[in-house]
Design a binder for this molecule. Sequence first.
Ligand code: GAR
Length: 189
Amino acid sequence: MINLAILASGSGSNAEAIIRYFKDHETIKVVLILSNNSNAGVLNRAKEHNVKSIVVNSEQTKQGVLFNELKNNHIDYIILAGYMKLVPKQIIEAFPKRILNIHPALLPKFGGKGMYGMNVHQAVVQAQEKESGMTIHYVSEHYDEGAIIFQEAVSLSDSDTPEEVAKKVLKLEHKNYPRVIEEVVNGKH
Ligand code: GAR
């Protein structure tokens, strides 16, 4: 089996889509949810689906606890799904081309520092973009700068609010992320 760990800080709708997709998969299994936030909705979703979850705070992460959990649970791929913390260098170096992130915009536009969650959609609306979308990429030491694996765009209308943009983009994320993870694990990228 190829073991996946999902790192998430928030609601976890992507995490849930991924758990569902791989539920009865023959070769790929979501074995662990890791969160930096003990109030994150993703922890309830993990429980509902009987997936082990662990909260590791920033201080513990600095001390190597996150790294140790990944190793102890025999994780092969790390999936970031709304994880709002930097992944320590030690982990990035130990998992080359084995860490994926999803970003709620068409990188390189609307990426980088401060560009996460609703901030991204607010910036997109403010810039009067005609489209937005989602990007799945490998994680390198520099945030949002790893090689792009897959992108899909969606049209926006002038009247779309940031919340409406978020909804459109999330729909694309749920549709694409599990399938692209499967492709990466199967060596298609
Ligand atoms: C998703 O839209 C994801 O792309 C974004 O956070 C949301 C999490 O939603 N990630 C980032 O902004 C990372 N820079 P979810 O918790 O419902 O999956």
